[in-house]
Write a protein that binds this ligand. Sequence first.
Ligand code: PLP
Length: 414
Amino acid sequence: MPWPPNDDDEIFGLIDREVERQNTTLQLIASENFTSPAVLRATGSVLTNKYSEGYPSKRYYGGNEVIDQIEEIARERAKELFRAPHANVQPHAGANANMAVYLALLKPGDKVLGLRLDQGGHLTHGSPVNASGKLYDFVSYGVTPSDERIDLDQVRDLAREHRPKIIVTGATAYPRVIDPAPFRQVADEVGALFMFDAAHIAGLVAGGVHPNPMDHGADIMTLTTHKTLRGPRAGAILCTSELAETIDKSVFPGLQGGPLDHVIAAKAISFAEAMTQEFKDYAAQIVRNAAALAEALAEHGLRLVSGGTDNHLMLVDLRSFDPELSGKKARLALDRSGISLNENTVPDDPRPPYITSGLRIGTPAVTTQGMGEPEMATIAGLIHRVLVGRADDAELSSVRDEVVSLCSKFTPYD
Ligand SMILES: *Cc1c(COP(=O)(O)O)cnc(C)c1O
């Protein structure tokens, strides 16, 4: 039977437009990146056709001799990269990875300790609108108001008071290193499991610029593969040998059906890419770029939450710069100038989460493009011009022209 024509202009036209958008605007969303051509190639491969419920050599379907090898390679590479006794590479996303861990280790109503959403945590760390918050009894710690860093005294006090089954750390909008060691200590003291959600920083861990939770006693580490790690859009779970079987059963058949084998192949490729010296250099440059961007923004009078950054992102608190300017207003103006980022709550934000008083800005994607510290200073200047001139159409379009010209020197995809 002949194939239908390979010419859906409506959709392929839009994909072409998205390539154009990614090539000609600045991607400063902290959770985004540009994957390699090899990762894109595996993701678009015939592996998408296969059903392979189960695990290598324990499948419920035939014809998996190739898939078994791919998943086995992916698991071995993940274990090597993060020095983990066990890896499950099947989670479709970071949220699934976290849910699979909770399903494996908790009963509904069990106590868990996690970082508050409005202080940098993730929806899957107990938000009431997320399944994690509906099924489990999350107690939240936050940051210390004076330095806006995780309040470890509060973590210890809450752990002693509530005796959680799991202590979760890891963040989606927190600009500082999270040291796993004190969490391990508190978990030991109260007999809890210690789970580190490294969704954002997996690439920084792999590149050796942030501590590896698996080296510091994490029982479980979850990650996404598409943020700083620069692989396909997906998740993974690492854990101790003791938890391996429970975690595997929880991912399948507990939570998911058939794995996305094309994405698992792409994960395997990205794990290998992350083992190279080039990737270590990349991870270090992400952090240097974030520091340079933060410093330049501060020189323009913008306040940074916690005073700066030591990872791939920073949070700008707009309140002192311009009390009228919400995060949402700023993001909309920046979008018009081709600068893509997201509004974000700042600690104890007086505005609601869909308006916010802050911006989250990340350097993983622009670093992949090859930009360095000089470009970060340029970008800070462009952001400042938009924030000041947000009501001036001519100024916004003049910034837009400069963004196009900057991006033309660092085109990610031909
Ligand atoms: C992004 C993120 C997730 C969820 O990842 P998805 O792939 O979007 O489901 C989970 N935890 C943290 C801390 C994150 O930043």
